[in-house]
Design a binder for this molecule. Sequence first.
Ligand SMILES: [Zn+2]
Length: 482
Amino acid sequence: MGTHETAGGRPTRPTRRTFLTASAAATAATVAAPLAATPAAATDAVTPPGPGHPVRPQPPDRELAALLREIDRDRIEATVRRLAAFGTRHTLSDQNDPVRGIGAARDWIHAQLTGYAAASGGRMTVELQSYVQQPASRIPTATTITNVVATLRGDTAPDRVYVITGHYDSRATDVMDAVSDAPGADDDSSGVAVVMELARVLATRRSEATIVLAAVAGEEQGLYGSAYLAGRLKAAGVDVQGMFSNDIVGSSTADDGTRDPRSVRLFAEGVPTAETPAEASVRQSVGGENDSPSRQLARFVSDVACNGATGMRVRVIYRRDRYLRGSDHISFLREGWPAGRFTEPNEDFAHQHQDVRVVDGVQYGDLPEFCDFDYITRVARVNGATLWSLAQAPGTPKGVTVVTTNLTNDTTLRWQRGTEPDLAGYEVVWRETTAPEWQKVLPVGDVTEVTIDLSKDNVFFGVRAVDRTGHRSPVAFPKPGS
Ligand SMILES: [Zn+2]
């Protein structure tokens, strides 16, 4: 199960009644159905009494709708098939062979992105970002690792950066096997195809903030390329306000044949990977284990990317990644930046990290024939709606505090005013402590302090910025302060 589709193919939100009915059915059958903790279910819940009006999703404006329509299924399919045709893209494979191996793939991706950037009027630059990784876990000899990075420089907030990645390295059954075929169509040509297609459609546009679109290497050996990319951004002093790894976004079919073509999982951690002991102490005093910057980013994705223009439902999972597993967003979480990982709704383990072979009539291996190119296209639209909505909105408010100078039964919030030229003002959002999503919103105008007649002891508050055309930032969760 898992699809919520009408005959017309548009995703629908389950009604309260169907949700309960389906939950009861799931319980009776004792199956792990993808129903719980969805934004759809939360939105249907009764909003609590108190100040403000119910929170509503942010619909795509005309400019974004046009961008999403340009995302081209056939180009995505061609990219996945081309990358699979390099035989293997293992990080330790040949870097000089023009036909087979990771070097040939690297040069092809670079040439494609450079071609897209030519339409950008100089706003998009493409670089081969290389370093030599000395021997380490899963790297037996010094190895050059190269990311292919396209950067669309922002017009008005160039130092504020949003990043998406896919990893172009691949693997076979043995993670150290650099010569066997490893087509890596789903893992992770699909993610690279998302990155490359968005680079193509974004190259012709002007963005307010900077967008980085990267095909990284060394993921299967231990997140090496993304760690280097994150480290370079850190050293450059840029302010990364959101990052997404697209890793295994190629198929909508589970190993039991179940199809769920209109949902994508977004893994987002609660307690931050880079939390310091002092920050942990504050969290223990005020709550906030469901209010990390990554959780606010995930709520933003649900807000802007679950609609008719993407045709998708985003199923946020309250976990850093799949059970005991990882991807390139962890490199960004380690630097203290909000990040998440998009991945398909159900994985088929016969089609990933497997030598290409037939056993008892069953085809193993990560082959393009197991990809759903319409599905990858919709995942690209989720990424496009997210990136564009982030980059055109004001940045996440900074310096947000709950004023705790005196004990009171109301709540005073303060923050720093942003510097965006089109900044219009701020909204305070709040929710019951047990609610997964923000429930009520109060527009408070172009101010930097407000007092709300509601106790900070009983609900959670957040603050977001709004521009003159209604683009909203992700929510900032306040710290206690003055
Ligand atoms: Zn992967």
